[in-house]
Design a protein around this ligand. Structure first.
Ligand SMILES: CC(C)(COP(=O)(O)OP(=O)(O)OC[C@H]1O[C@@H](n2cnc3c(N)ncnc32)[C@H](O)[C@@H]1OP(=O)(O)O)[C@@H](O)C(=O)NCCC(=O)NCCS
Length: 177
């Protein structure tokens, strides 16, 4: 029997074959490209992304679809507050959005870091970034955590026409062996 014209075939999941790993030096230029293409993130120098991949790989994640990088999370453990890891930037390529990839990367990073005793996640979000707000709220909800919000960086800290950045603090994440 022919399918009803209004029946839709489910779109294949573009993230089905995507694998997550720690970044290596070769990923630096791809992180820079993705930040640039997001048109939302602050675009830092190519040098800074490559340096990040050298020195903060074990608190960061890249998502690979075949050879192509399609997502990343950069983060670090706060030197003055070692129980807390700070998520600096998160990006997913347009073609891979809306299918849980950002959550998968954040969950993977949280698994890695809670196993080492880091139980709080911090990030800053600009008030207009609906997707980012929803992503961190989704993460907190599914980990049974609260989210506290407080202004962190205002115009006095961020020159130019940068929006203010609100600190999201999420935790405590469940302890892991
Ligand atoms: C933010 C971003 C990383 C989300 O990536 P993604 O893979 O599409 O997100 P996910 O599919 O994992 O969604 C996670 C949650 O956020 C929600 N969400 C994602 N995009 C959303 C949007 N545009 N509007 C509203 N909610 C959104 C999802 O519904 C999901 O919530 P749920 O669990 O309650 O259903 C992606 O949109 C992006 O790269 N944006 C540009 C860069 C950026 O803003 N980064 C964040 C600041 S560091």
């Amino acid at each position: 029997m022919a399918a009803h014209p209004l029946e839709t075939t489910p779109r294949p999941d573009p993230n089905a074959g995507v694998r997550l790993q720690e970044p290596s030096l070769e990923d630096g230029p791809e992180l820079w490209r993705m930040a640039r293409d997001s048109r939302v993130l602050d675009v830092n120098s190519p040098y800074s992304y490559t340096l990040w991949c050298r020195d903060f790989a074990d608190t960061s994640v890249v998502a690979k679809d075949g050879d192509r990088t399609c997502g990343f999370v950069t983060g670090y453990v706060r030197p003055t507050d070692p129980g807390t890891f700070f998520v600096w930037q998160v990006a997913v390529d347009h073609a891979h959005r809306g299918r849980g990839l950002a959550r998968r990367m954040l969950d993977g990073l949280a698994d890695r870091l809670t196993a080492r005793g880091h139980r709080w996640l911090e990030a800053t979000v600009t008030p207009g970034n609906t997707a980012s707000t929803a992503m961190f709220e989704s993460f907190a909800r599914d980990h049974g955590c609260t989210v506290t919000r407080a202004p962190l960086f205002g115009p006095e800290h961020l020159p130019g026409d940068h929006e203010p950045e609100v600190l999201f603090r999420i935790g405590p994440l469940p302890a892991r062996a």
